[in-house]
Unconditional design. Structure first.
Length: 308
């Protein structure tokens, strides 16, 4: 479900940039052969797609999170996973949307603005309606959203120019898909096993608008006392945690896991997941029985509830 208290992202308004001249690149034939050998070795060691429950042969390498999220497409080391062609290519539009979202940083520097402009042009070509929904607000809507976030325009500036961006349904879908794939990827990375089709994944995401409205990310604060594991996220010795960071935890028995993820200062999500069929569903039913409420802050991305 969309995050009810965070329907916006606060970021810079990325304007159209001058057309980039681009740079020609020459790839040596030897380097291409070396890359193919490395890919073949990787797929030989990891022959099965990890994203569709182990039911398909892996024929590609998938970068998760997608490379477009990172400066110079320099993704963190160790975040390449075996995937079938359908799982890899089938989410390319969603990858583009989350990559663009990640650039909507109110403190963006010139290089991040340039990346955002390039990604916005791609979104405009492939999904023009998404940009229209993100950047179109009436004067009344813009004023209401800005006041809720404690923002006031400068003299001569309108509320619509403050940089409060709507989160359209396409963005919700894209973040759900990213959360599902990254959860399965981290599970494989940590356990060496493929997350099963019957496993459960619960999910909630948030944007920086919640921090502006409440002074904190409520969900992360609630989870702050849980023991977690983290690790350096680097590429060529360069720290990437300002772009992507995560905390992972697992219960002693190894059947209940949690992943907390942030992408810079823009958005993030939490997933709670179990490879044991029915584990999360039973846990949710117990919570609802104790609280007397049918509402849940989480939605299921994967569940066997209702399956025969």
């Amino acid at each position: 479900m969309p995050p009810e208290t965070t329907p916006q992202i606060f970021g810079v308004k990325i304007e159209s940039a001058e057309k980039s001249t681009g740079r020609g690149q020459t790839i040596l034939r030897g380097n291409m052969g070396q890359a193919k050998r490395k890919r073949d070795e990787f797929l030989k060691a990891h022959p099965t797609c990890i994203f569709c429950g182990g039911g398909a042969v892996a024929t590609t390498e998938e970068h998760c999170p997608p490379r477009a999220l990172f400066r110079d497409r320099a993704w963190p080391e160790g975040f390449v996973f075996p995937a079938c062609a359908a799982c890899n290519a089938g989410t390319s539009d969603h990858d583009l949307v989350v990559a663009f979202l990640a650039q909507l940083d109110p403190a963006a520097d010139a290089s991040k603005l340039a990346r955002g402009e390039g990604l916005m042009r791609q979104v405009a070509r492939q999904m023009p309606q998404v940009l229209h929904e993100m950047f179109t607000s009436s004067a009344v809507e813009a004023r209401t959203n800005a006041r809720r976030l404690g923002l006031r325009p400068e003299p001569g500036q309108t509320y619509q120019e403050l940089g409060v961006v709507n989160v359209p349904e396409a963005a919700h879908i894209a973040v759900r898909i990213l959360a599902t794939k990254l959860t399965k990827a981290v599970y494989y990375q940590r356990t060496g096993s493929i997350f099963p089709v019957g496993g459960g994944i619960m999910f909630q995401w948030f944007t920086n608008a919640q921090k502006m409205e409440h002074g904190r990310i409520v969900l992360l604060e609630a989870l702050s006392r849980i023991a977690t594991m983290s690790e350096p996220l680097t590429r060529g010795g360069r720290d990437l945690k300002d772009q992507f960071d995560f905390l992972y935890s697992v219960e002693k028995e190894g059947a209940l896991h949690m992943l907390q993820v942030t992408f810079g200062k823009v958005f993030g999500f939490v997933t709670i997941f179990s490879q044991t069929p029915g584990r999360l569903e039973a846990m949710e039913d117990q919570i609802k029985e104790r609280t007397g409420s049918m509402d849940s802050p989480f939605e299921f991305l994967s569940t066997n509830r209702g399956m025969p």
